[in-house]
Design a protein around this ligand. Structure first.
Ligand code: ADP
Length: 715
């Protein structure tokens, strides 16, 4: 470090300078003490000698010659011969030089009345018994060989240190560095601040002086210490060998680092200025950036509030300008999209509200999310009135005189549902539940309510008419049939064979008519729910075989094989014998009718744990696939083929289905067009408990047995 080197060099040089100064002064005093005039106390010559001596050396303030008793015999000063001659027998200098060791003496530093630093060098006047070459002896050696008898007097020189100090203390050490001198006891003897010399005598309490006192011969390399004035300094010292003093150099650390601090300060200033410039520039830049951004934020807010016509001005062709352009494009696309969506929504609403059927969308908890006008009208309000309410709370439904609720966990169609609207009007509904899978809008079901009240009323009117017409027709037709039967059976009749044939045909037609009328009456009873069933325990294989037997003739007539392949054992069944026999009659009659001559019909039974399954299988004309679905509906007949030409009514399968369902069974067909059909119906197996319950119920009701003629066997 440059400052440390500088300090070391300074202390070494200064200490050297002081040492040389002192050594030179001692030598000159010794030299003069050797002159013969002084040695022999030849006062005139001695005075000349000393005057010349003091004249040559301006550092000398006074030179005195004292005899062996310590009485000055002569003294000179810079201003001439001294007026006052002192007795110095008790002074340290005299004593040290003459008695104690007989060698030269260097006093400590003292200050005269003008505050000038002074030291005294006292040299004994030695008259050896034997001449010795003094030049070959060191001062110490010289002292050693002296003895008190050789000492004739003492030459005492007072030497001012003013010039020495000026030279030593003026040495430059950095900007604020300085040097000072302490004596061997740590007392301050020279300092650029002369006031400090007066006030501070002892500096041994400072670390740097204490260090010197501990190692009085060392040269201390620079260390950080605290100066007497309390300043943190870098200090070093070097010892003056002749005197044991130390030259100490100190330089405030702050001034050592001042250049660094200056550069640092400069850097800070540059940093602050560049920071300010950066802030100003970034403010300007950010204003340029934030203005369009805040416009963008405002425009976005406008758009989020629904003002889709908001657009941004495009002021530049940079990224911000391109952002504005893209924003405008996005806004216009959004506007178009939303307009389209609105349009679609309106279209959807129009469609939904123009549908005659009630449409309701429900969520997971069966709450109504959306309802069209037809559904709301049914519920006696507006769509908004029903929205959010539970479907079952809005539509209290009844089926078979019991409260009913649709199952929203599966897609299903429910018919014959009664609903009483808030204005007490009775509605007959067909309800279909359609499940929506994973709808993001939370729609779980679409429930369609088809109001069939008008159709049902019309149907009832038709039924009333049919029932009335059938009733009215039945009596005369029965009478006609009776008469025709009589005529055809009368062997005594005068009628020709041709006339008899006509009567036979008329009888056959009236039988068909009776069958039709009977069917019509039964249909109207089924529809109205007034068909009376008388349940009893019957043996099903017997009934089936009876029915086969009844049709054997007509099968034989068409050369069709009709056979039974079921069990002949007892299979009990709880059923209305008349009506259930009519079902099997009907199916066998159809099989014969729709099978070409040479065909085969097999009637079979299958009994499981829960069901008795009856199958009527033919290899006749079969049923087209598209007709199967409607086969069991009223008046439905397959178009074309034999069916359309035959005298059927299209009511047989409908009545059969109704009877099977009244017995809690199911009926269906498996058919292949051109290859034959298998009509199958299943009935629940006999249950004793149910038998008892049913017969008990029947005891209380009024039951009438009826005859069934669904199919005219002679057809
Ligand atoms: P219909 O009095 O016309 O026979 P049904 O209700 O008994 O009335 O039968 C309805 C229609 O079903 C018939 O017109 C016929 O087209 C068809 N059908 C019924 N049974 C059979 C069958 N075994 N084979 C082919 N078609 C049949």
């Amino acid at each position: 470090m440059a400052a440390a080197q500088r300090q070391t060099m300074l202390t070494v040089a200064a200490a050297d300078q002081v040492d040389q100064f002192i050594a030179a002064k001692i030598n000159t005093v010794i030299l003069h003490s050797q002159t013969s005039s002084i040695q022999q106390f030849q006062l005139v010559a001695a005075q000349r000698e000393l005057a010349a001596y003091i004249y040559q050396d301006t550092d000398l303030t006074r030179v005195a010659l004292a005899d062996v008793a310590g009485q000055e015999v002569m003294a000179v000063t810079q201003s001439g011969t001294a007026n006052q001659l002192r007795n110095v027998s008790n002074s340290d200098g005299f004593r040290a030089a003459s008695f104690l060791a007989g060698k030269e003496y260097i006093s400590g530093v003292r200050f005269d009345q003008d505050n000038q630093p002074l030291i005294t060098i006292a040299v004994p006047l030695v008259a050896f018994e034997t001449r010795q070459s003094l030049a070959n002896l060191s001062t110490a050696e010289r002292g050693l060989i002296r003895n008190n008898g050789d000492i004739k007097g003492v030459l005492i020189a007072d030497i001012s240190l003013k010039n020495l100090w000026q030279s030593v203390l003026s040495a430059k050490l950095g900007k604020n560095g300085y040097a000072y001198v302490v004596d061997a006891q740590g007392k301050l003897i020279a300092h650029p601040d002369s006031a400090l010399i007066k006030s501070t005598q002892d500096l041994s309490h400072t670390a740097q002086v204490a260090e010197f006192l501990q190692h009085p011969t060392a040269t201390e390399s620079p260390k950080i210490n605290i100066s007497e004035k309390g300043v943190t300094v870098l200090s070093a010292f070097h010892v003056v060998p002749h005197t044991g003093w130390a030259v100490i150099a100190e330089e405030p650390v702050s001034s050592i680092f001042a250049p660094v601090n200056h550069v640092f300060g400069l850097m800070v200033v540059i940093l602050i200025i560049s920071g300010i410039i950066t802030v100003i520039l970034s403010l300007l830049f950010s204003r340029r950036l934030t203005r369009p951004l805040s416009r963008l934020v405002a425009a976005t807010a406008e758009i989020s509030e629904g003002n889709l016509s908001t657009r941004l001005p495009v002021e530049s062709s940079d990224e911000i300008g391109s952002l504005a352009t893209r924003f405008n494009l996005m806004a216009s696309n959004l506007q178009t999209l939303i307009a389209n969506l609105k349009h679609e929504g309106t279209k959807l609403n129009i469609v939904l509200n123009s549908v005659g059927e009630g449409v309701v969308a429900t969520d997971n908890n069966d709450h109504i999310i959306l309802a069209n006008i037809a559904a709301a009208v049914l519920a006696g309000g507006l769509p908004s009135d029903v929205s959010g309410k539970k479907f079952t709370d809005v539509f209290s439904l009844i089926k078979n005189n019991h409260p009913f609720s649709v199952d929203c966990t599966s897609s299903e169609v429910y018919n014959d549902i009664v609903y009483v609207s808030p204005n007490k009007r009775l509605h007959y509904l067909s309800i279909s539940v359609n499940q929506i899978e994973d709808d993001p809008d939370g729609i779980k079901n679409i429930i369609t309510l088809r109001d069939q009240t008008d159709e049902r009323e019309l149907e009832l009117m038709k039924l009333d008419f049919v029932s009335m017409a059938a009733h009215e027709l039945r009596t005369p037709i029965t009478a006609i049939r009776g008469y025709l039967s009589l005529l055809s059976e009368d062997d005594q009749s005068v009628l020709s064979m041709g006339s008899k044939k006509f009567i036979e045909r008329a009888l056959s037609s009236t039988s068909q008519l009776v069958g039709l009328i009977s069917n019509l009456l039964n249909v109207s009873k089924i529809e109205r729910g007034t068909l009376n069933m008388v349940y009893a325990k019957i043996d099903w294989p017997t009934i089936v075989q009876d029915a086969i037997h009844d049709h054997e003739f007509s099968a034989m007539e068409k050369n069709i094989e009709l056979r039974y392949e079921g069990t002949k054992n007892n299979v009990p069944l709880l059923a209305d014998q008349v009506s259930i026999k009519e079902v099997i009659n009907n199916l066998i009659a159809n099989a014969i009718h729709y099978t070409d001559p040479g065909g085969h019909i097999i009637v079979s039974l299958e009994v499981t744990d829960t069901e008795i399954i009856t199958k009527i299988k033919d290899d006749g004309i079969g049923i087209p696939a598209n007709a199967v679905q409607r086969l069991f509906t009223k008046f439905y007949r397959v178009k074309g083929g034999i069916a359309s030409g035959s005298g059927g009514t299209g009511l047989g399968l409908y009545i059969s289905k109704s009877i099977v369902e009244l017995h809690k069974g199911k009926i269906w067909v498996e058919s292949e067009y051109g290859r034959g059909s298998t009509f199958i119906f299943s009935l629940p197996v006999y249950d004793e408990v149910q038998y008892i319950e049913t017969t008990e119920k029947q005891m209380t009701g009024v039951n009438k047995r009826r005859g069934w003629v669904t199919k005219n066997i002679t057809r």
